[in-house]
Design a protein around this ligand. Structure first.
Ligand code: GLC
Length: 751
């Protein structure tokens, strides 16, 4: 039967039909909210770590009887670090069956670069510049995490970082705002998929909001001083982009921002996030960051801390017990309005509704699915591919790589190490579950005679999160064997770097060279054999001046995860042509920090005359050792001049930039073609360069490929002097090239 309904009526039915479902869900949240007592509302805003893993200071708080009593009496809305479908189901059952309204818990965990199958640390993976890949690895992480009874990851971390002394650069996407935003979106989409209520997707968390990557002197948790223009133009965009793609939660940062701790910062949370951006997700504090308003010196006690944080817009209190102990009294005294409280509770209930937990509290606790999902072959294959694509070839003098020769020595404390490549923030990875470099080489190159020597020890324990690392600085007893093995080899692979727990949270360093005796060992080996391939495994940019001056081949292999050894062997053997590009500059010295590509001109630009009066250090080159966007290939790429379709752009139109890249070698290879833009004159000072586009593409041997970039108003927009967002007319320079330091340019005028 054909219904001739007027279009307006059809549209109305469609909207009503669609909204019926979302209205029904909202009604469920509103219905629950209307039934809840004040105690029950407060309970939803309380999160405890209840499990063996402490990811912050404090004794085994999660095990105390007090907390279990609170859990069973509806005073806990969420737990973290509880793993396993069986454990989760049992805890969920206790809560649902013992509390008056049976509101289920939501289970959170730090799944930063994989759950059981471990992918490269995020800083390493960002060097792949492969957004689809990064979405795919987050997808697999979500499949394994959700199968283990966890519905919420505290990731992606999207703190722009320019200071490699800060250990948490390993968790992020490097120094660039544009790339950081693109990668944040990819990872959020990977974790959350298209349906948050599906049992193989998990809620993501945009963290740490905001400015954490600029902790003074790279010391973790330290103060952050920055103006509003820098906050808005450098730090905020990845968070805003994540909110725009529907990231389910945000997390506060520990730091204060020009004197105001982020956890109690109404500008960040009420004005920007929940105001301008109209964000309807939920904000969780960082570990006791509500309670830490007291040592910050802005709250005298937990009562004041709770009031400041909830009124500023922090919805849930992780591990602080400040809300559960004080919010009832604060509301009864009128110091926190019921509207503020209800808004926070609504956001928590909405998260649970979106995850499907209000409809079925047990949907994520399937032990059979957990048993079948972990470290599946396709997960490990993806891990190997991600690891290969994250490797950056820094130097290859005399084409020492790909490896030739049949007698190859493999030397160094990491060469047979199956644990370090897993890195920090390793979630539920099994210890020693990575493929070591030696295993990868011997399996991948069976015709080669590989010899081995440890040379020296590196971390002499404890190699875990809880205690300070001890690094070996005295025992040279392994040097002689290493020298003997090196002397008789055609080529030496030196595998050196940082222990897994020398980067990550609370792991800042004041010097960032190779720790312990490693450089000394390398120099001793170099005396007897100069054909050295240095393979670095590290969680941050390092200062490697002597190495860069003397060692012919250097490969940056980060902490690459479960399949590290195979991935590195794929590159060293030539099975995979390296395509990674640095997303964070490598300084020449600690004194050069911060050194990054998108710096400002200053009134005396460092490209200055031969006088002394320009921006520079007297005792070091102006450029970093290795710049942002840099990475070599076994292929040889050349770039044509960049051409613009027009020299004038008017508002609302786009202008096209074109470049042709030729592979002048016999090796097929992937290249990351990068587009940068400079706004020559602005209402505020502007960076000398800003990444505004990139394309990673396979270019076959001998092939020439044309790349085009559309330059839109969005790409030229920024937070201007008056903090409005938009473009400003004037001259712009366009750059295209293989890194931020090798560029062809053209210019146009924006009318
Ligand atoms: C930690 C980290 C945060 C993490 C949280 C829970 O202190 O700062 O990134 O998600 O606590 O482990």
């Amino acid at each position: 039967m054909k219904l001739n309904l007027p279009l307006a009526l059809v549209v109305a039915i469609l909207i009503t039909g669609c909204s019926n479902d979302s209205t029904k869900k909202d009604n469920k949240v509103e219905e629950l909210l209307s039934q809840m007592t004040l105690d029950e509302k407060v309970g939803q805003l309380n999160q405890y770590a209840v499990g063996p893993e402490l990811t912050g200071p404090g004794e085994k708080t999660g095990q105390t009887k007090v907390r279990y009593d609170q859990l069973l009496s509806g005073q806990v809305g969420s737990v973290l670090n509880v793993l396993g479908a069986k454990n989760g189901r049992e805890m969920q059952k206790q809560v649902v069956e013992n509390t008056r309204l049976g509101i289920p818990l939501v289970f959170g965990y730090d799944v930063i670069h994989g759950y059981k199958t471990i992918f490269p640390i995020p800083l390493g993976e960002s060097a792949s510049w492969d957004l689809e890949l990064m979405e795919a690895t987050a997808r697999v992480a979500a499949v394994e995490t959700s199968a283990a009874g966890v519905q919420w990851t505290f990731a992606p971390m999207m703190d722009v970082g320019r200071d490699p002394r800060w250990g948490r650069v390993m968790e992020g996407a490097g120094e660039d705002t544009y790339l950081g935003a693109e990668i944040a979106k990819a990872r959020v989409k990977g974790f959350q998929g298209s349906d948050l209520s599906s049992t193989n997707t998990i809620a993501a968390c945009a963290k740490h909001f905001a400015g954490y990557g600029f902790s003074e002197s790279g010391k973790d948790y330290n103060n952050v001083y920055m103006g509003q223009h820098m906050l808005l133009n450098t730090v905020i965009p990845p968070f805003k982009a994540s909110a725009a793609v529907g990231v389910a939660t945000f997390m506060n940062s520990f730091n204060d921002l020009d004197g105001i701790p982020s956890t109690a910062n109404p500008y960040l949370l009420r004005d920007l996030l929940k105001g301008d951006w109209k964000y309807d997700g939920m904000v969780v504090s960082d570990w006791n960051s509500v309670g830490e308003l007291i040592p910050h010196g802005v709250a005298r006690n937990k009562y004041e801390a709770a009031r400041m944080a909830i009124n500023a817009g922090s919805d849930m209190d992780m591990e602080g017990a400040a809300y559960v102990e004080n919010l009832k009294q604060l509301v009864e005294k009128g110091e926190v309005s019921m509207n503020v409280l209800d808004d926070a509770v609504r956001r928590v209930l909405t998260l649970k509704q979106r995850l499907g937990l209000l409809d079925d509290p047990y949907k994520y606790f399937d032990e059979a699915r957990e048993a079948e999902q972990m470290m599946k072959k396709e997960h490990l294959d993806l891990a190997r591919d991600a690891a290969r694509k994250s490797i950056v070839l820094l130097k290859n003098q005399g084409n020492l790589l790909p490896l030739k020769g049949k007698r190859i020595a493999v030397i160094g404390p990491l060469a047979k190490d199956k644990d370090t490549p897993i890195g920090n923030w390793r979630a539920a990875a099994d210890p020693n579950s990575a493929v070591s470099l030696f295993e990868g080489l011997t399996e991948g190159m069976p015709d080669v005679n590989f010899t081995y020597a440890e040379g020296c020890k590196l971390s002499i324990g404890p190699n875990n999160f809880a205690n300070e690392l001890q690094i070996e600085n005295n025992d040279r007893s392994g040097f002689a064997e290493a020298i003997r093995v090196a002397r008789s080899a055609e080529v030496v692979i030196m595998n050196l770097g940082e222990p897994a727990y020398m980067s990550g949270e609370a792991r800042s360093r004041s010097e960032i060279g190779l720790p312990g005796l490693q450089l000394e060992l390398l120099k001793e080996v170099y005396k007897v054999n100069k054909n050295i391939v240095l393979v670095l495994m590290n969680g941050r940019p390092l200062t490697i001046e002597w190495e860069s001056e003397n060692i012919p081949a250097i490969v940056e292999a980060w902490h690459l995860g479960s399949m590290a050894g195979h991935a590195i062997a794929d590159v060293l053997s030539g099975k995979y042509n390296p395509s990674g590009k640095l997303t964070m500059s490598f300084p020449r010295s600690v004194g050069q920090i911060p050194v990054y590509y998108n710096h400002k001109m200053t009134g005396r630009p460092s490209t200055g005359s031969n006088m002394v009066f320009y921006t520079h250090h007297m005792d070091v080159e102006r450029s970093p050792r290795y710049p942002f966007g840099y990475g070599l290939s076994y292929s040889i790429f050349s770039y044509s001049p960049v051409t613009l379709i027009d020299s004038v752009k008017t508002a609302g139109t786009s202008i096209t930039a074109k470049v042709t890249v030729t592979n002048n070698s016999a090796a097929d290879g992937e290249e990351v073609v990068q587009l940068y833009i400079r706004d020559v004159v602005g209402s505020i000072t502007r960076p000398v360069l800003e990444l505004k586009g990139f394309q990673k593409s396979m270019i076959k041997a001998g092939e020439s490929k044309e790349f085009t970039f559309e330059i839109t108003d969005e790409l030229l927009s920024f937070y201007r002097r008056d903090f409005s967002f938009g473009t400003e007319p004037g001259e712009f320079e366009v750059f295209v090239g293989p890194s931020s330091a090798q560029l062809q340019s053209a210019s146009f005028t924006l009318k």
